[in-house]
Every structure is written in structure tokens, then in C-alpha cells.
Design a protein. Sequence first.
Length: 415
Amino acid sequence: MTDKPKMYCIHCGKEIPAGVRFCPFCGTEQTNVSDTTTETTPVETDHRNAPHSDKPDKPNMLTALKLSMRDLFTISKRLDRADFWWLYLDIFIIGVILNLCLSPVLKQMAYSANIIWPVILFLLAIIYALTTIGLFTAEIRRLHDTNRSGHFLWLLLIPIVGSIVVIVLLAQKSNAAGTRFESATPHKPWVKQWWAWVILALVTIVLTITFGYSARVIADSELSSYNDTTSTSSNSGDSSTSDDTDTDSDSDSTSTDSIDLDDSTIDIADKQSYSLNYSETWSESTFSIDKVTVYQTDGEYSEGSGHDKTSFNGIVKVHMAIDAGRDIDAYPTQATLSTSDGQQVDADMSDSDDFDGELDSGTQTDGNVYFLLPKLDDVSDLTSIRLKWSADYDTDDMDDDDAYKDFDATLQLNQ
């Protein structure tokens, strides 16, 4: 004796008499009444949409991944329990591999200006996007297979409890009534759908931006750690360490000195101070340099972060005084320094004193200008330095050639 054919409402999923046009429970018209199927007859020939039918191949990691990529943007189908959990294992393994690759790429992006690292990051973001979308739609199809709506995924917004409930639902057995979620219209491959590519591109861009922000956080975090380490090292040292206490003598100091630059304390291995008598007058204003100090740091230090990060183990401090005979604009803290050992650096504006800029007539100001040298083996390596900076004043006389001044001072240090 054959079983009577069974039919399920396309809206509420309840079992209804075969052949009825309207559901006796919710009143929904059954559009597939002429194509009534039995419990053992799949709606589509795809064996993945018929959990109880004989499958041509046994589910495994490879078949589950292929199925996920084929139905990447499809939700109007079902996915049986075996295929879903094989896919979950696939994505877990892929995620572990991606995370192992992502960490060094983010660090390289934080400290390297090479264009290859953003490109690699973008490629990783594409794979992340594919696996994220694939798992999301697979979860919806798995819920459909248990005769539940994909809206149950909203439970994931509930901390801890929501995730546990969703996992339990995803582990349920297949329910033949879930055929109500299947579409009778043939599915067009997602690779031929423009909107699918738009979604994939948007998710990839969002992930790329997120990862790029993470690279910046890594750079800032390591810079902060560096500042904390150097500060702690200084505080635990000799309590008699002075804060940039130079003498006018030409004798070397001991290795117990340190100076503060920005928020960091720099340990000094050696230093040499030079008393000078440089002075130059321009437009009734006098610029003078009376002291230059050369420091060799105790080890290599870093300044800045990301692409602006620079390393140094030498510092040149120039003390300058300005006597403004008229209203002028002077910029020695934007000076360029050239050294006798072939180095050229710009002034470290963030660490230099704020004593220049707009100066009124009759004012006197002075301060230190700092230059960070990438390489300094010994303080005696610098026998001379060359400083170049600019100054100007406002004038309505277009023929006044003296309104702008480029200073160029060469200072001998060992004489």
C-alpha cells in the first residue's frame, strides 16, 4: 500500500491535504498545487536540495567548498547538515591560514612604504569576503533545511546566548517542510549577476579599510610601547642623570647623560659642546649662534610612526638668538643641516623650541633647534656643519630685493 502524497504550505510550512489550493491554516494560495510532490520527491534535481534522496557523491570538504562557491549568493535553497559542517571546517581552516598571513602583512604595511603590501592585503581581503559571504548564505540555507527562516540569524546579536541558540538550530535534522523556502525558478549563476559583484566589491573594500586601520593601530601601539620602554629605562637609571645639562667646556661627558625629546627620554653615550661666535645682520635684525652640541645616543632610537618613522643615533642641537630690528618672519626651526660626514637632514620641528615665526620689531628671542642624524659613530666625526634657513618681511615695494633672505652659515666645530 503506497503512502498518500504529502503537501506543505508554502507560507507556514504546515502539512496540508494534497491538491488543496488554499492553506486551511493561514489561507495562503498554493502556487505549486498542480506540481504536488511527495515527501520523497525532491523539488529540484540538485541532490543538495533534497536531504533524504540518494546523493551521487558523499559530502566532504572539497564538495562542500565547491557547493558554497556555486551558491555563494543564493538563499532560496536548502543545505543539508553534512554539507554545512564540512563547509564550516573548510572556512575555519582557511581562516586560520589567512590570519597567519595577515599578521606579518599588517606589520609590513605599518612600517614599509612598498606598494606590494597594500596589494597583498587587498587580495587577502577578497578571500575574506568570499568566505564571509559564503558562510552567511550557507547558514540561511541550513536554517531553511530545518524549516526555519534565515531571520533566526538575528539571534546572533544577543551576546553568548544567541550564538548558542543559532548553533543548536544549525545542528538540527533536515525537515521536508523546508521545501517551502525553495524557489521554483532556475537560479542564474552569481558570476553573471552584476549586483553580486557589487556586493563582493563593497565587502572587500570594507575589509581592506578595516585591515588598513588595524595596521595603523599596530604602528601606534608599538610606538607607544617604545616610548614607555625608553621612559621606564630612564627612570630606573642613575637618579643623578641630568636633563640636558651641558657645559661650555670641550671635554666629553660620561654615559649617564640623557635628554628629553618630545615625550621620550634619550640616553646619551657621548656628547661634545662647542662655543661659537657666529652672527649675521639682515634688515636691522641680528641672528646669532653661540653654541652647538653634538650627541651620540646610547643605541638606536626611532622617531615618528608608519611611513614617517625614522631611526637615529646622533643629535645636533644648535642654540640661536634673534634680535628683531623690524617686523619679520623667521624660520630657523625649519632649517636644513648638512654635516662634514655627508649627511643632510631637516630640523626636527616637533622637538625644537618655539621661538621663531612672526617677530615684532624690538623683540629678542632665543631657543634650541634639534637635528636627528641617522648615523653617527663618534661625536668627533663632525668637524663642521652648514645651516640654511629663511626669513622675510612684508613690503609694498616690489623692487625691494632685501625683503626675502636665505641664510647660509658654515660653522667650524673643532677650532
